[in-house]
Design a protein around this ligand. Sequence first.
Ligand SMILES: NC(=O)c1ccc[n+]([C@@H]2O[C@H](COP(=O)([O-])OP(=O)(O)OC[C@H]3O[C@@H](n4cnc5c(N)ncnc54)[C@H](OP(=O)(O)O)[C@@H]3O)[C@@H](O)[C@H]2O)c1
Length: 266
Amino acid sequence: MDKRLTFIGGGNIAQAILKGLLKSGYHPGSILVADPSEAQGQLCEDLGVSWTQDNAEAARDAQVVIFCVKPQLMENVATALHGQLNDALVISVAAGITLQQLETWSGSQNIVRSMPNTPALLGQGMFGLYASDRVTSSDRETTTALLSTVGAVRWFDQESDIDAVTAVSGSGPAYFFYLMEAMIDAAESLGLEREAAHALVTQTALGAAVMAKEGAADPKTLRVQVTSPNGTTHAACEHLKEGGFEALIHGALTAARDRSIQLSTS
Ligand SMILES: NC(=O)c1ccc[n+]([C@@H]2O[C@H](COP(=O)([O-])OP(=O)(O)OC[C@H]3O[C@@H](n4cnc5c(N)ncnc54)[C@H](OP(=O)(O)O)[C@@H]3O)[C@@H](O)[C@H]2O)c1
């Protein structure tokens, strides 16, 4: 039987996980969503999932509680449930909220901290996970099973790794969108129609991602394989290199990691 599962906050990430669970055959009657918004409530009810505006009522009998509210609301929302989570497995998706903060506010010690990303909305997310030694292997397996319905899942040994995860996969979709945006603009300036440029760039990004993920070689080898000496790709890559491409990416990820640390300590 599916575990009784409660979402606190029923917005984008909650809806993504919820839909993934239902698609994977999770029983809708085992899921309850708490959210003040009637519009979110309607979305849940359309999926056959119960909805309430009362977080405490929603958490009362839950075996798993997934916190999906904005980080700035986490303190108030978790503190209001202090001591009421009993033995439930608690999963937080809030960016920059530490395990220590979650434990203090909620009174639970059975907490998994996760960092999702937006492709979870399409079942293609990437979740970085961290939990203290107090979380049992059975609860870790439950977390993996739940979140795997909307993406890949990877556990990390140190909480500080979550700041790097935030910089790489949490913020990562935006870097690829930025590159695609720049390529579409450049393609237009080379004379292509915008719609054609969009089709060429997005399919190329998808094809390259699939090759890098599924292929036998790492991205560097793949790049070298398609770069003939003095050919067109070589001309483009040399230009990127001369412009400091690698240092720029390194600096960008470092800036994101540093901002994540800053947010979690402020
Ligand atoms: N979206 C992402 O790709 C992404 C990536 C990484 C991490 N995250 C994390 O995921 C969390 C949720 O993000 P999201 O994009 O899903 O945000 P969202 O769409 O704004 O969803 C949050 C939901 O929580 C509801 N809410 C507000 N106050 C509440 C309360 N007191 N009790 C219960 N629910 C309440 C909001 O309702 P109202 O709209 O009525 O206020 C909204 O429906 C954040 O902590 C964020 O850091 C998201």
